[in-house]
Design a protein around this ligand. Structure first.
Ligand code: GLY
Length: 398
C-alpha cells in the first residue's frame, strides 16, 4: 500500500514535470545575459565563438569554418524573441562578418554559414543588403553539384575517394530553396530535389538510420559507405540522424512530396524508439557507441547538439503528421525540458558563455568532446521559438 502510494506520487510528479510548459521568455533572458558576455569577450569579428579547448579556454574559429554563421544566427533569434534593437545591431555585425564566404567554392556548408545568419536577418528585417550576398553564395554552393553524380560534393577528398557526400549536407538545401524562390532560378530547386532523391536512395539503411559518408564514383554509382564522425561505418552517429530528420522535414515543407515526409518520419521513429536513447531523450554521441551498454547509465558522452537539432526538426515535423505529430511534439518538448535543465544548461558566466553543455563534435578525431558547441545553442534557440509559436497557435498545449 505504502509503495503504491509512493509510486502514484512519483508518477504524478513525473507526469506534471513532463507536461509543464517551458518558460521561453526566461530561457531567452538567460541566453541574452550569457551572450552579452560572449559579445564582450569577442570584440574581434574575425574570431567566431565555436566551443571550448581542452585547457578550458574559449575555442574560436575563422569565417571559413563551417560553423561561422551560427553565432550571428543565434543573435538574430535573441533579437526575434526580445525585440531589443541592440541584438539587431550585434546580429548584423556578426552576419556581415561571414559575408566574404559567399565566394567560397571549397565548402558544402554555405547554407549553415550564410543562410543561418543572413537568412534569418533578411526574414526579420528585409535588409536588402543580404540577398545579393546569399545569392552569390548559392551560386558558389551550386558549383559543387555535378549533374553526372547527382549530388552536391561535401568534401574534395575522403580517404581514397574524390566524391564524398555526408548526411549533414541535407541541411544546406533549405538555403538553395530560398535562392530559387528569390532569384526565380529553378536550377537551385532542381539541385535540392536531385540531391535529396539520391541521398534517400543511397544513404539510409532499412531501419531508417543513415550512414555518415557515402563516396560516389564519377557516374553516380556508390563506391563506399563509411563514417567520419561516428563510432563505426555501420553505426548511427547521433547528430547525423538529427541532420537527416531535419533535412527531410524541410524537403517536405518545400515540395509537399510525401516520400520526403515518410523519410523524415522513418528517421524520427528510428531515433525515438531506439533502445539506447536515454530517458531524457538526449542521445549518446552515437547510438552504437562502443560503451553504450544501457540506455541511461553508459560511460559514453551525450551529444546535446543532436538533441537540439532533433527537437527543432521534430517540432516542425509534428505539424505535418496528423496523429503521429503528438508523439513528435511531446518528444521534442521533453528534449527541450532536458536541455533547459541544469544537467545541460550552463550557469551564468560559466561554459565560456555558451548556453548548452555536453556536446560532442568529433569523438573519433578526439576533437570537441563533452564541450559546448555554437550550433547546439543555435538549434536550441530555434527550437524554443518554434515551441513558442506552436503553443500560441494551438492554445496552451505543453
Ligand atoms: N557538419 C559537421 C558536423 O555535424 O559535425
Amino acid at each position: 500500500m505504502k509503495y503504491s502510494v509512493v509510486f502514484a506520487l512519483v508518477l504524478l510528479v513525473s507526469r506534471s514535470l513532463a507536461q509543464s510548459p517551458i518558460d521561453v521568455k526566461k530561457e531567452f533572458a538567460f541566453a541574452a545575459q550569457q551572450y552579452e558576455r560572449m559579445l564582450a569577450s569577442h570584440p574581434d569579428t574575425t574570431k567566431f565563438p565555436q566551443s571550448t579547448n581542452p585547457d578550458g579556454s574559449p575555442r574560436d574559429m575563422k569565417s571559413s569554418w563551417w560553423c561561422s554563421g551560427f553565432f550571428g544566427g543565434s543573435l538574430w533569434y535573441i533579437y526575434e524573441q526580445t525585440k531589443d534593437s541592440k541584438w539587431k545591431d550585434a546580429a548584423h555585425k556578426w552576419s556581415m562578418a561571414v559575408a566574404k564566404e559567399q565566394y567560397n567554392t571549397g565548402t558544402h556548408d554555405l547554407g549553415f554559414m550564410l543562410y543561418c545568419p543572413l537568412g534569418n536577418g533578411y526574414r526579420l528585417t528585409k535588409n536588402e543588403a543580404y540577398p545579393p550576398i546569399m545569392l552569390t553564395g548559392a551560386k558558389s554552393l551550386s558549383t559543387r553539384f555535378d549533374p553526372k553524380v547527382g549530388l552536391i560534393k561535401s568534401w574534395n577528398k575522403f580517404k581514397d575517394y574524390n566524391y564524398p557526400v555526408i548526411i549533414d549536407n541535407m541541411m544546406n538545401l533549405e538555403f538553395l530553396f530560398w535562392a530559387s524562390k528569390k532569384s526565380g532560378d529553378k536550377r537551385f530547386r532542381e539541385i535540392c530535389i536531385t540531391h535529396a532523391d539520391n541521398t534517400l536512395k543511397n544513404h539510409f539503411r532499412p531501419d531508417g538510420s543513415s550512414y555518415h559518408v557515402i563516396c560516389y564514383n564519377p557516374d553516380g554509382s556508390v563506391a563506399a559507405k563509411m563514417t567520419h564522425q561516428g563510432a563505426a561505418d555501420e553505426s548511427a552517429w547521433a547528430r547525423g540522424q538529427a541532420w537527416g530528420l531535419y533535412g527531410y522535414t524541410v524537403m517536405y515543407r518545400e515540395t509537399k512530396d510525401k516520400k520526403y515526409l515518410q523519410q523524415a518520419q522513418k528517421i524520427a521513429d528510428f531515433y525515438l524508439n531506439h533502445p539506447n536513447l536515454p530517458a531524457d531523450k538526449v542521445p549518446y554521441w552515437d547510438f552504437n557507441a562502443p560503451g553504450v551498454d544501457s540506455p541511461n547509465t553508459s560511460n559514453e558522452e551525450r551529444d546535446a547538439s543532436a538533441a537540439a537539432i532533433a527537437a527543432s526538426g521534430l517540432l516542425e515535423l509534428s505539424t505535418y503528421t496528423g496523429a503521429a505529430g503528438k508523439t513528435y511534439y511531446q518528444a521534442a518538448v521533453q528534449m527541450l525540458q532536458s536541455l533547459a535543465s541544469p544537467a545541460y544548461k550552463a550557469k551564468l558566466g560559466e561554459n565560456n558563455n555558451f548556453i548548452l553543455k555536453h556536446c560532442v563534435g568529433h569523438k573519433p578525431g578526439k576533437s570537441e568532446v563533452d564541450v559546448p558547441l555554437v550550433y547546439a545553442d543555435y538549434y536550441y534557440l530555434e527550437a524554443l521559438l518554434r515551441y513558442e509559436a506552436l503553443r500560441q497557435k494551438m492554445g496552451s498545449r505543453s
